[in-house]
Design a protein around this ligand. Structure first.
Ligand code: SF4
Ligand code: SF4
Length: 173
């Protein structure tokens, strides 16, 4: 990757990580309520990375390893990581940036993980800590300003649509 691109993404993700460093979805630790299901669900699997997010793990990744997950770059985790190094998708979860078919930028519960996360299953935005919901929206707007991230999020948004249009997805609600 050219140096300028690497610098650009290091700066972008460092800023986005910092905004979400100490923020959690609820005002209490939801991991204590559910036994950190989102992390234990990843044991033996891993988490997909945003475009060029691997720059954040250069020289300091002592808990993961890169691999391809459904054609996307991902980082392996065994349900544990260095919290300060957790990738962006984990910091955003259970919300996720989304672009509706009519072009509206939103943050949404990440429905493909409905079976894992009780908060997604409840789908109640009023339960979320306001600073978390606000920061995820700020991060979302920043991501949509970046052409590579925008393309990535468009793809995921349509995948979310496809997931939600499956008749069986209703069974998980
Ligand atoms: S699965 Fe949902 S409720 Fe449980 S720790 Fe993860 S985000 Fe919180
Ligand atoms: S990378 Fe860390 S925060 Fe993300 S799922 Fe794995 S253990 Fe959980």
């Amino acid at each position: 990757m050219p140096d300028s691109k690497s610098k650009h993404y290091k700066k972008l993700y460092s800023e986005l990580y910092a905004g979400l460093d100490d923020i959690t979805p609820l005002q209490i630790d939801c991991g204590e309520l559910c036994g950190s299901r989102c992390c234990s669900n990843e044991i033996g699997k891993g988490v997909f990375l945003f475009p060029y997010e691997e720059v954040m793990f250069e020289n300091k990744m002592n808990w993961g390893g890169f691999f391809q997950l459904s054609g996307m770059d991902a980082i392996r985790c065994d349900g544990k990581c260095v919290r300060a190094e957790r990738p962006l998708a984990c910091r955003l979860f259970p919300l996720f940036p989304y672009l509706s078919a009519d072009g509206k930028v939103e943050t949404r519960f990440y429905s493909p993980m409905t079976a894992v996360c009780p908060l997604i299953r409840l789908g109640d935005y009023s339960l979320l800590a306001p600073d978390y919901a606000d920061e995820v929206m700020q991060v979302t707007l920043r991501l949509f300003e970046d052409p590579d991230c925008q393309e990535f999020l468009l793809k995921i948004s349509r995948e979310i649509d496809a997931y939600e249009s499956e008749p069986w997805s209703e069974l998980l609600k």
